[in-house]
Design a protein around this ligand. Structure first.
Ligand code: GRF
Length: 204
């Protein structure tokens, strides 16, 4: 790894599709950080797969560059993948963070940029788009969230960290997801700080 890569805050591009509360947690923790802290990171851009997301608005409010790459604007999935890669790469990130980004990432982006994602269930249980609903329907008493390295599968990559959340009597998908997201936001910040501090072990 070059010294240039090792020095300074870890450059992070965050991709979002929704309200962006996990992004907000990353932005808030970043602004409280000591610039000399080895676990420092900087969100250098926020990308979305649809216009007008809460996540995009949160980035704009902080003066962080944003981009939107809509699948429907491209003739094929491969061209969308390529456009997403170009937009992400333009910000030369060390790490890409999927914070509620609801699209699979193409292999070229994964090869170019180490990427982490979070899932609102304890993987390998309940992968896919409805992790909270599926856990609730199964009747589990404990669920939670998982942050992991993205690979070409769906929620199959190496697990970095997990947090447990108890299912309460009367929980709905919404109430349970909100409690999971409280833990998820803390997990996101601690994980990105940990990856920044430990960058020599994964950044090539
Ligand atoms: C998170 O629970 C994430 O795991 C899931 O979608 C949610 C995004 O929430 N894929 P937000 O947009 O960060 O508020």
């Amino acid at each position: 790894m070059s010294t240039a890569l090792a020095a300074g805050p870890l450059r992070v591009v965050v991709l979002v599709s929704g309200s962006g509360t996990n992004l907000q947690a990353l932005l808030d923790a970043q602004s409280n950080a000591d610039p000399a802290d080895p676990s420092g990171y900087a969100v250098v851009a926020v990308g979305a797969d649809r216009p007008g997301t809460g996540g995009e608005e949160r980035a704009i409010a902080r003066g962080i560059p944003t981009f939107t790459v809509r699948l429907g604007d491209f003739p094929s999935r491969e061209e969308w993948d390529r456009a997403l890669l170009e937009n992400v790469s333009a910000h030369t990130p060390h790490l890409v963070v999927l914070a509620g980004f609801m699209k699979l990432i193409g292999p070229d982006l994964l090869r170019a940029h180490p990427t982490v994602n979070s899932h609102p269930a304890l993987l390998p249980s309940f992968p896919g788009a409805h992790g909270v609903r599926d856990a609730l329907a199964h009747g589990v008493k404990v669920t939670g969230c998982t942050i992991f390295w993205v690979d070409e599968g769906v929620d199959t990559g190496a697990i970095i960290d997990q947090r447990a959340v108890r299912v309460e009597d009367g929980d709905t998908e919404e109430t349970l997801h909100e409690r999971i997201k409280v833990e998820e936001r803390v997990m996101f910040v601690e994980t990105v700080r940990g990856l920044a501090a430990d960058r020599t072990s994964w950044l090539t």
